[in-house]
Design a binder for this molecule. Structure first.
Ligand code: TYD
Ligand code: MG
Length: 454
């Protein structure tokens, strides 16, 4: 039988075809198809002998040993994002822009878990061992009980790991790993998929936790096939703005904990420092109450986080005014502008609109709708909101305000940080809001009337 020697693989969804096309038939993405050579049969990997496809009765599992407990480290922000510590045998992918601090985070994580009693191997495919050691010295971790390997050949790495059986393996990065039975360049879709698959299987078969660094493409996704994100148990993104020291580690998928949990760090000259109270940090640069500035009481994962939204509205001669958003969804901004216009009669035509979440934070909660509307109105009317007020609530297309989850926690956090007033949708479970003057509003038009007297 004739064997085709090349395959065309979509880098977005991982589907394969026998001929090239500009658009992937499976997922509809453009310009994602590239040519790859399929894996040759080659000698089978000797390092892994996963259990055959045997079945066990479900009831047997109940009598099996309880799962080993999670390991907590001294890096409690990392533990939090992992869902409360490291789970043995879990496969974790950490993505982020180049230079954001992934290697620093994972080296500090390696040292922290080593100090907690785990045996840790750090495999660097990007830097020589000497460079990793220099970084460790800079971080004050030169005494950490972490074993290093500078290696990119997957078969060699797996052989070493099989012999050493560490509790935690860190692979920096998955794009540099190279499987010799796959005939394409490191970093290609087939290579990344093969490396992620082998390392994930290793984690499952041997009970070692594996953390892999994944580079991201310019549109912010982990480079390589999407399937890698499905293979692993946990996907974390390390984010931050270039000009800011704040770094946010965000769980976007976690089989062992809540998704959307965040850990907050600050990049210092001595590595990453944990930020125990992110609200205080995000609000630290806030000056006197100014038009366009609103404090939003949000929830990130399991904890409340307050942050400042800033809006600027300026007249423009352009027929197409600008809509620029940093840290929030542009589509959602367009929706709020449309609702303000259609339901409250406040047009933004002929006005440029800029919206920014201060401190490099990214918000995805719809609960920020009302805070965004408040910032836009405050900027447009050039009038500051009452001082020491937090705002939250979801806006529907009809202009009605919908109550949001965890109202009580948001109010408590606001009170803890010295705020004295809150504006929220009617019908939220405010619980004990003592100490805060709570204004409950039913719809956006009433809010505009109450606050701006329009
Ligand atoms: P790095 O961890 O190498 O990023 P990544 O692995 O995501 O590419 O971090 C690189 C940046 O962090 C670099 O610009 C220098 C800065 N940095 C500090 O500010 N302080 C430090 O202690 C360290 C180790 C790095
Ligand atoms: Mg790095």
């Amino acid at each position: 039988m004739a064997k085709s020697s090349v395959l065309f693989v979509c880098s977005a969804c991982g589907s394969t075809t026998s001929k090239w096309s500009g658009r992937c038939e499976a997922c509809g993405e453009w310009n994602t198809i590239s040519e790859e050579r399929p894996a040759t049969a080659g000698p089978p990997s000797k390092s892994l002998k996963p259990a055959r496809g045997r079945t066990v009765p479900l009831t047997d599992l109940a009598h099996a040993e309880p799962p080993p407990p999670r390991t907590s480290s001294a890096l409690s922000e990392l533990d939090r994002v992992l869902g409360g510590g490291l789970v043995p045998g879990s496969a974790i992918l950490v993505g982020g822009d180049p230079g954001i601090g992934k290697s620093t985070l994972l080296l500090q994580g390696a040292a922290a878990f080593a100090a907690a009693g785990l045996s840790v191997v750090y495999v660097s495919g990007e830097e020589a061992s000497a460079q990793v050691r220099m970084r460790a010295e800079r971080l004050g971790l030169s005494g950490a009980k972490v074993r290093l390997a500078a290696e990119t050949n997957l078969r060699d790495i797996l052989a070493t790991l099989d012999a050493e059986r560490p509790d935690l393996v860190i692979v920096d990065s998955i794009q540099t790993m190279w499987a010799d039975n796959v005939d394409s360049a490191p970093g290609s879709v087939s290579q990344v998929r093969a490396a992620a698959h082998e390392l994930t299987s290793f984690a499952k078969a041997r009970g070692s936790a594996v953390m892999m660094v994944g580079h991201v493409t310019k549109d912010g996704q982990i480079a390589g096939p999407r399937v890698v994100e499905h293979m692993v148990d946990t996907v974390l993104y390390f984010e931050g703005e270039r000009g800011h020291q704040f770094r946010i580690l965000r769980a976007v998928k976690n089989r062992f904990g809540p998704a959307d949990e965040i850990g907050v760090f600050e990049m210092t000259g001595m590595g990453l420092a944990e930020v125990a109270n992110p609200s205080a940090l995000f609000l630290s640069e806030r000056g006197a109450p100014a038009p366009g500035s609103v404090v939003f009481a949000g929830i990130e994962g399991t904890r409340p986080v307050l942050c400042e939204l800033q809006a600027l509205v300026a007249p423009t001669p352009q027929a197409q005014p600008r809509r620029t958003v940093v840290g929030w969804d542009g589509g959602r901004l367009a929706m709020i502008l449309a609702v303000l216009e259609a339901r409250c009669g406040i047009p933004f035509a002929g006005l440029d609109v800029y919206l920014n979440v201060a401190g490099g934070m990214k918000i995805s909660e719809p609960a920020a709708d009302l805070a965004v509307a408040a910032a836009l109105l405050s900027a447009r009317e050039d009038s500051a909101l009452p001082a020491e007020t937090v705002v939250f609530g979801e806006i529907s297309l009809s202009g009605a305000l919908r109550p949001v989850a965890q109202t009580e926690n948001r109010l408590k956090e606001a009170r803890k940080l010295g705020f004295t007033a809150a504006i929220a949708p009617r019908g939220g479970k405010a619980g004990d809001a003592s100490g805060l003057s709570l204004t409950e509003v039913g719809d956006l038009a009433a809010f505009v009337g109450d606050i701006f007297g329009a």
